[in-house]
Design a protein around this ligand. Sequence first.
Ligand SMILES: Nc1ncnc2c1ncn2[C@@H]1O[C@H](COP(=O)(O)OP(=O)(O)OP(=O)(O)O)[C@@H](O)[C@H]1O
Ligand SMILES: Nc1nc2c(c(=O)[nH]1)N[C@H]1C(S)=C(S)[C@@H](COP(=O)(O)O)O[C@H]1N2
Length: 176
Amino acid sequence: MTAARIAVLTVSDRASRGEYEDRGGPAIEAWLRRAVTSELEIIREIVPDGREVVAGAFRRWADEGGADLILATGGTGPSPRDLTPEAMEDVAERVFPGFGELMRAVSLREVPTAILSRQGAGTRGKTLIITLPGKPSAIDTCLNAVFPAVPYCLDLMGAGWIETDPEVCKAFRPAK
Ligand SMILES: Nc1ncnc2c1ncn2[C@@H]1O[C@H](COP(=O)(O)OP(=O)(O)OP(=O)(O)O)[C@@H](O)[C@H]1O
Ligand SMILES: Nc1nc2c(c(=O)[nH]1)N[C@H]1C(S)=C(S)[C@@H](COP(=O)(O)O)O[C@H]1N2
């Protein structure tokens, strides 16, 4: 079984300029290292906000980078430069509204402003792309909610194999 390849993409003007230390990318990587027990290759990148640059990163990791999964954080809100969902529109061949619906539902238990996040998921070829809010504290909440469906989703797409530690994340694969 080859290692699943996961690209972790931080979308933030200020983190990309080094004005603050990126805490979103490391939070995603730490969550994956806790939850995933199968072999993993994690690549991290930080890009500024913007439709073209984010779409370009999605395309690069999906088409040339061989990513099974792209986890992006940031740029999902209502600020003028929050254009991660528009980048997703440009690259996704199919969208999966359930991811955004569930992430907003669980996040709303924590902050009323969760309705401001246009986070979601889509596929491009054999790559699943999931966009998370930029707040580092949102990472665990959102991944805990949606990740149980990710390994089976990758199976159905013909992408890489992921196994998880059920103590951290109970991945669900329906009985054949
Ligand atoms: N990658 C990150 N690392 C650390 N903190 C972050 C990151 N992304 C967001 N935050 C924090 O969450 C807050 C709200 O997130 P939001 O995405 O709205 O940031 P932002 O102000 O648009 O960031 P930027 O201007 O850098 O793109 C930010 O002010 C910052 O404190
Ligand atoms: N779980 C969780 N979701 C959250 C938040 C949060 O603090 N926790 N912040 C919200 C806020 S204030 C915004 S503006 C949106 C969009 O964030 P983004 O532009 O950083 O992606 O995510 C929302 N979702």
